[in-house]
Design a protein around this ligand. Structure first.
Ligand code: PRX
Length: 636
């Protein structure tokens, strides 16, 4: 399944388009199935209904763990680097990881979790997070990992949507010099979550927390009660593996559903090829360091499932890139002889701003492949990454994909695809992109741009949005009938290379985190005294996009302290969504530019936030054009 040359890429790509079923069947055969599938693919994009490896039976943990035991039982599966560089790192071999996953799976069973039950995981980036994810998969429970930065309200919404039965959390988390409460946040969330019967709590920060009799149990004590023997549950290829919530342009985040067989094959295939992972690297199996949190899809696919399905060594880092100083990533690369580094443009830009001093004193010679993900990478950041981190000898794979796609979609293959800075380059085998205009008409040829859609299923794609299939249909398959719509704008240059230009809907990408403008507006509107708000993105040097909020209030703030009121609004947004959704700028306005039908003209607000005051376009259709002048005067 490994592509080694550009010719091989072209041959594989052609095969994947001419005969997708035989292409993917060949790849899927390399995994361990309890029962073979009867039909490789059944699909339509109308309902939509997508099934891969129909009738096949397997357990993904047998593929990620058991099948490696004979050949690489003593190879590191996970290397854990703690937040504090003075704390010892931990290495779990495949045998140790297998043992711990089985124990945790038995703990889940002991606490009433059965096949098909949903389990919410709200943990810091510690080995127990990966272990918990795999323990769910071992017994056929569905995991829903919630990123540790989300608020109690966000956790509650996600738990209720999926009707989770059990929560796995920790007392607290370390992030840089901060200590964050997790259990307290979970306690707040659970006030409104009747489906949760049990909470398993691990100790990390040893901060005092409430433990409620009958509901809360200690992970450490539970683990003492079980053995390491836990046969894997036989699962259907189309059983749900996990739910992961992500933001869209409307309403609350939706639970993207991935199923076992297709997701596994796709995560592993893309991992192996794009990063060209080598078991026989210069110093043994390569070390792959993906800096994402397992709370996002990148962590699911390229810290846990993809690398482990390929028998790779995956590094899991608890902390942040700027603590104790901005050299932390380079310190980790040096310490663990990292070969593949996969991070986000926002991290690169942030580390760039600290200058080269923090890079200089580290040995980065182990690096062989660099990756970028989550948002468009600007050329300046691309070159800095290439010059100063890769020393112009490591290919940069700029990987475009989404929570919904399960795995990488448009991306170079390291040392195979000729690169072009800031381009995601070419579709991977199995991916059939198409650009369309506003009316859904295909834009053919090169040197064009349009809305990016995918016209044929790939194994890793989402199957539904949990509990609301209609929403899945409306969001992804209704805009352009017969196509999966990504929500991204894209250009295809004269060479047929793809460059993603950013979202064309009301979704923001702030430091690589996906946030819906409607979500932020709803949170702001919950603040006392706020009448209405409109949120748009604007270019931000480090974060890629910043959040700009225009807010109408019903009366002047108490003591006329507008600054305090702004901070109160930020606190409200933090409470409702989490700190990642806090606006960077708030402007109080007396009105918003609306059309006669009452629709906010975001185009104008975006231009103002971008500082393009002289270039607002046609404002004649506005109900009250004077509002625009007022907003322009008050720009922050
Ligand atoms: O706009 C694209 C952007 O991130 C969105 C998906 O966000 P999420 O589901 O959170 O997944 C992020 C990690 C896969 C996309 O719709 N995006 C992701 N990767 C890139 C990108 N934009 C440009 N270039 C990329 N490499």
């Amino acid at each position: 399944m490994v592509i080694k040359t550009f010719d091989e890429y072209q041959t594989a790509y052609k095969h994947s388009v001419d005969d997708p079923e035989s292409f993917w069947a060949e790849i899927a055969q390399e995994f361990q199935w309890r029962k073979p599938w009867k039909k490789t693919l059944q699909w339509n994009f109308t309902e939509p209904s997508i099934k891969w490896f129909v009738g096949g039976k397997l357990n993904i943990t047998e593929n990620c763990l058991d099948r490696h035991l004979a050949t690489r039982g003593d190879q590191p599966a996970i290397i854990w680097e703690p937040n504090d560089p003075h704390e010892a790192s931990i290495t779990l071999t495949y045998r140790m990881l297998h043992d711990q996953v089985c124990r945790m799976a038995n703990v889940l069973k002991r606490n009433g979790v059965q096949k098909g039950d949903r389990v919410c995981i709200y943990l810091p980036m510690v080995p127990e997070l990966a272990i918990s994810v795999l323990a769910c998969a071992r017994i056929g429970a569905i995991h829903s990992v919630v990123f540790g930065g989300f608020s109690a309200q966000s956790i509650a919404d996600r738990i209720n949507d999926a009707q989770c039965k059990l929560v796995i959390t920790a007392d607290g988390a370390y992030r840089g010099n901060k200590e964050i409460t997790l259990k307290g946040t979970v306690d707040d969330a659970l006030i409104g979550c009747p489906s949760v019967q049990r909470v398993i709590v691990m100790t990390r920060t040893r901060t005092p927390i409430a433990m409620f009799k009958g509901r809360d149990v200690w992970m450490e004590q539970e683990l003492k009660q079980v053995t390491a023997h836990c046969p894997a549950e036989e699962m259907d290829a189309e059983d749900i593996l996990f739910i992961l919530y992500t933001s869209g342009s409307t309403g609350k985040p939706k639970g993207v559903v991935h199923t076992i067989g297709g997701y596994m094959v796709y995560a592993a295939y893309t991992f192996q090829n794009v990063f060209q992972y080598k078991h026989d690297g210069r110093t043994g199996p390569q070390v792959h360091f993906c800096t994402a949190d397992i709370g996002w899809i990148t962590g699911h696919s390229y810290i846990v499932y993809g690398p482990l399905a390929c028998g790779a060594t995956s590094l899991l880092f608890e902390g942040v890139p700027t603590w104790p100083d901005a050299g932390r990533f380079w310190d980790i690369v040096d310490k663990h002889a990292v070969n593949i580094l996969y991070t986000a443009p926002t991290a690169i830009r942030s580390l760039m701003s600290f200058g080269l001093d923090k890079v200089k004193n580290h040995d980065l010679s182990s690096l062989e492949v660099l990756g970028s993900v989550g948002e468009p990478i600007n050329e300046e950041a691309w070159h800095w990454y290439d010059d100063h981190i890769g020393k112009n000898r490591c290919p940069i794979v700029d990987t475009w994909w989404q929570t919904e796609t399960g795995g990488l979609m448009i991306s170079p293959i390291a040392n195979v695809t000729p690169l072009k800075p800031a381009y995601a380059t070419l579709p991977l085998p199995g991916v059939q992109p198409i650009l369309v205009d506003e009316n859904g008409k295909e834009i053919e040829g090169n040197g064009v741009s349009g809305n990016l859609c995918i016209k044929f299923p790939w194994p890793g794609m989402l199957r539904t949005t949990y509990g609301d299939h209609e929403r899945c249909k409306q969001t992804y398959f209704a805009t352009y009938p017969g196509l999966y719509f990504t929500g991204d704008g894209c250009l295809r240059d004269e060479d047929g290379y793809y460059r993603i230009t950013g979202r064309v809907d009301d979704v923001l990408n702030v430091s690589g985190h996906r946030i819906g403008t409607a979500e932020v507006e709803n949170a702001i509107n919950m603040h006392t005294g706020v009448v209405e708000s409109a949120v748009v993105g604007y270019p931000h040097d480090i974060k890629g996009q910043g959040i700009y909020a225009y807010v109408i209030i019903d009366q002047p703030p108490v003591d006329n302290d507008t600054d305090l009121m702004k901070r109160d609004i930020l606190a409200t947004v933090s409470r409702i969504i989490g700190p990642i959704a806090k606006p960077d700028k708030i402007q109080f306005v007396v009105g918003l530019p609306k059309t006669r039908s009452g629709k906010i003209m975001r185009r104008i607000l975006r231009k103002i936030a971008e500082g393009e005051l002289g270039n607002l376009g046609d404002t004649s259709t506005l109900l009250d054009p004077a509002v625009v002048e007022e907003i322009k005067e008050g720009v922050v």
